[in-house]
Design a protein around this ligand. Sequence first.
Ligand SMILES: *[C@@H]1O[C@H](CO)[C@@H](O)[C@H](O)[C@H]1NC(C)=O
Length: 326
Amino acid sequence: MDQQNYSRVAEFVLLGLSSSWELQCFFFVFFNFLYIVIVLGNFLIVFTVISEPALHTPMYIMLSNLSVLDVFLATYATPKMIHDFFHERKTISFDGCMAQIFLLHVFAGGEMVLLVAMAYDRYVAICKPLHYATIMNVCKCTGFVVGSWVIGVIHSLSQLAFTVNLPFCGPNIVDSYYCDLTLVIKLACIDTYIPEVLMVLDSGLMGMASFLLLLISYTFILLTIRRHSSAGMAKARSTLTAHITVVMLFFGPCIFIYAWPFSSFQVDKVFSVFSTVFTPILNPIIYTLRNKEVKSAMLKLKTRYISSRLPVLTRTLRCFKQDQNC
Ligand SMILES: *[C@@H]1O[C@H](CO)[C@@H](O)[C@H](O)[C@H]1NC(C)=O
């Protein structure tokens, strides 16, 4: 279609999660709560890792970077969804829609690469413990973090490159609460078969490559752990369970949204919510409730910042009360 022959849609209409008023009220409270937990929980992890020198290791530095990505992943669409609950007509401008698509793919792509880097880190720590210090140095860790952002941006730009130029000439109803690329692409006024194949290939390639790399490193790790059933391996096993849980819950929805050709939109919606709201909450839950090192670091911080202030505080109060000259 010729660029001049149509007027591009100015905005997209989002149908949201549900049209029922009661459900929307419930979702409003529920997602507000979840969003606050996501932001606080992930910042708690970042704060703990930054302020505890014992956690300045590649694994925890990458973990706190993952938490930052999680906050971004929860922020590109969820606040707008919460804001939209009380609006009958939920719209998003064309540019806003493209921005959401761009951000989702940057953050999700970055998170995939970072998960692979974390798996590689565990692989080196468990399978090549004697060489860990030389293989996983600070430089390499920074390289992984920067690399995950760069790959995320490249992946996202490649998705957007063919999306922004599609002719959106009229249909503009997106049956979701954010601009989901899989739905937006269908609105173009051409046969969208090729763009859809490109999109699935692009995201699929990214997802499959990361998933395979994860699978390979976890297989090596599991084999090593099976061979040495010492006490030291028990800790490795518990860390590993946490990693594998995060990976499964992160990739499960992705696979459903992109690789499951028969899924209905309702199923897609559920999985979209899963990846934008539940995945970002996993890290804080898994790492704060299950990981001994993080837990003890948090306890230490609590002692330093809260308990140590208490005696000072009570003494000051007593001074005030008794009008003593302290
Ligand atoms: C993320 O990774 C970089 C590079 O390793 C590190 O310098 C930085 O402190 C990390 N950021 C957070 C929030 O932990």
